[in-house]
Design a protein around this ligand. Structure first.
Ligand code: DX5
Ligand code: ZN
Length: 230
């Protein structure tokens, strides 16, 4: 299995000073910036788009940006995010009429592609496209909001996907998103995830008085990951 990557979700950051927030989480050891895009159509919330992704790049962010599209339709916005500097672009199969085409579009635009599965979405969508995904993202909450509780059935689903990835022999990241905390990240790792999105757990630890306030929460997650029996 590949190295563990911690991907703070900026959904829970202070948007009034987003550049500084992203600088701080990266300085505290985060690996990837998880960027939640919601359209008030596929999910009942509205967040940020390509302009904000581009603004982070112009601000000087060089870390991978992991764009999680919770939008329908998907294809129209893909080239905009590629131009804006997205590294990964992942989408929900329910958001695209032609999943294979969308995966190809993302890769042709020079980005890494991924499919996202809601808690009740079956894995069958993966069957014919394992050669076109760089990442598989399992939602452990229903998409739309930060701060929800981890749905335990996702652990079994993680084990299934880990097996599929290992059997494929491909280099595919397995990401988990929703309700990830210090106290459950170890069992999530043991179930097969290697990329860990955490929004409220990380940004909820903000302490304006301390410039290194995210160090301890990210370190606590790494310490827990190191305990995983795999
Ligand atoms: C939910 C988003 C998540 C969210 C996770 O639709 O995809 O990335 O920010 O937030 P927490 O970690 O608070 O569950
Ligand atoms: Zn997300």
């Amino acid at each position: 299995m590949s190295e563990n990557l911690i991907a703070p979700s900026i959904l829970s950051a202070n948007f009034a000073k987003l550049g500084e927030e992203v600088d701080n989480i990266l300085a505290s050891g985060a690996d990837i910036v998880h960027f939640d895009v919601m359209d008030n159509h596929y999910v009942p919330n509205l967040t940020i788009g390509p302009l904000v992704c581009e603004a982070l790049r112009r601000h000087g962010v060089t870390a991978p940006i992991d764009v999680h599209l919770m939008v329908k339709p998907v294809d129209r916005i893909v080239p905009d995010f590629a131009k804006a500097g997205a590294t990964y672009i992942t989408f929900h199969p329910e958001g695209s009429e032609h999943i294979d085409r969308t995966l190809q579009l993302i890769q042709n635009e020079g980005c890494k592609s991924g499919l996202v599965f809601n808690p009740a979405t079956p894995l069958s969508h993966l069957e014919y496209v394992m050669d076109k995904v760089d990442m598989i993202l399992l939602m452990s909450v229903n998409p739309g909001f930060g701060g929800q509780s981890f749905i335990p059935a996702t652990l079994d689903k993680l084990r299934q996907v880990r097996k599929m990835i290992d059997e494929s022999g491909r280099d595919i990241r397995l990401e988990i998103d929703g309700g990830v905390k210090v106290d459950n990240i170890c069992e999530i790792r043991e179930a097969g995830a290697d990329t860990f999105v955490a929004g409220s757990a990380i940004f909820g630890a903000a302490n304006e008085a301390d410039p290194h306030h995210y160090d301890s929460i990210i370190q606590a997650m790494r310490d827990e990951l190191a305990k995983a029996d795999i």
